[in-house]
Design a protein around this ligand. Sequence first.
Ligand code: DWN
Ligand code: SAH
Length: 425
Amino acid sequence: MYSEESMGVCKICHHELKTVISFGKMPISNRFVTGLGAEEYVYDLSLGWCPECLMAQLESCVDPAMMFNDAYAYFSSISTTMEDHFREMAEEIAGFVSGRPDPFVIELGCNDGIMLKHIAGRGIPHLGIEPSANVATRAKEQGVQVLGEFFDARTALEIRERQGQADVICGANVMCHIEDINSVFEGVSVLLKPAGVFFFQDPYLPDIIRKTSFDQIYDEHVYYFSGLAVSELARRHGLQLVDMVPKEVHGGSMRYYLRRGVNHSVAEDVAFHLSQEKALNLHVWRGYVSFKEAVDRICSDLKQTLVKIKGKGNRIAAYGATSKSTTLLIYSQIGPDLIDYVSDTTPTKIGKYTPGTHIPVRSHAHFIQDNPPYTLLLAWNHKREILEKEKRYRKKGGKFITFFPEVAIVYPVNQRFLHRERTRE
Ligand code: DWN
Ligand code: SAH
């Protein structure tokens, strides 16, 4: 049980937060280190929960410009799963605006254009709002119209002035990144047509709690949404939560659909998901008190497993230099003494070192050539795609180590089945 009182204040309703877990000092999760020796910026990472408006959130935040700039390390188009996912999202949007007069689609955080390129390709008027200039350039190269700014109430008014209101405002893995979320909701309310739809998706708090996937907690993720908290936030801004659709991506996400006003018909699924969240006690402090204990158990199991494997003289690589692994590696005290390198396909990450832990990032070609006996699957949210991609590695005896909801070693028994070897005695 953990019951530290928090000094943080809710960014939505200003009520005092209760601390769920403190991770200590952390570096910027996506700032890969070029030369060792230079001091890294650090901040205190801790998760708080507001008993008033029910929003789980970081207790202290990093200046957005330090995270999202012209050297942002994450390019969305890194996986075929995500490419497929965003193609489907674009199809849904195209269907929604089809036949509407003067359609206009806005995406917040469009990154490298993974979704909007399909909207642009269909000739649908659109605008991506993307403050990270390097990824925005990639989007523009694909014919996407991009505004290089941080979205908020002021930007919303400027866009409305210039281009009018939108039929669709959407965002994937971006709403949870914006500290001043009241300003964003305010902006959406003025920028959305009365019959328009606002939808967004982010990692889903119940999935994080159920799986103990605490690595989702890092500087960029300011909020950890549940339907309970989103419906309250929407209500405060004259919007209504009308549907919730779970998505498998990023380890368990939820897509929330909102409309302007209050008297819309609401999908039955909303009541279902809200009742599931209550069954998990996410509306009361009881739902959060054992989270730290569960996190600490996984960290200790993982560290022990790696120490044991390494102690037998094995090389251990890691797969996917993800932002979220910054929290996992630092909090579990897993560094270059245990992990030889992290394999990653992102050109701008290769040759650098992981933030805080300074594990070298190497190319996928290096991983294939090295053929390490064990690989820690840091990009666990892309597990299906990666296990499929690495069939040859696994057939040659390569083992992946996973850690949510518990530490396990994954290897092929034959071509059709995966055998999960439990590592806890
Ligand atoms: O919310 C966020 C999500 C959308 O993306 C951002 N705050 C930042 C980022 O989070 P992340 O870095 O944890 O995302 P991923 O998608 O888990 O990162 C996967 C990493 O693994 C990338 O660096 C690419 C790499 N990768 C690889 O080397 N081989 C990924 C796949 C699928 C592969 O086959
Ligand atoms: N939507 C993409 C990118 C997610 S990463 C995907 O799901 O893969 C988060 C993105 O949000 C980054 O590209 C970042 O630059 C952008 N972002 C951060 N704050 C923002 C804000 N206030 N307005 C718009 N985009 C923002």
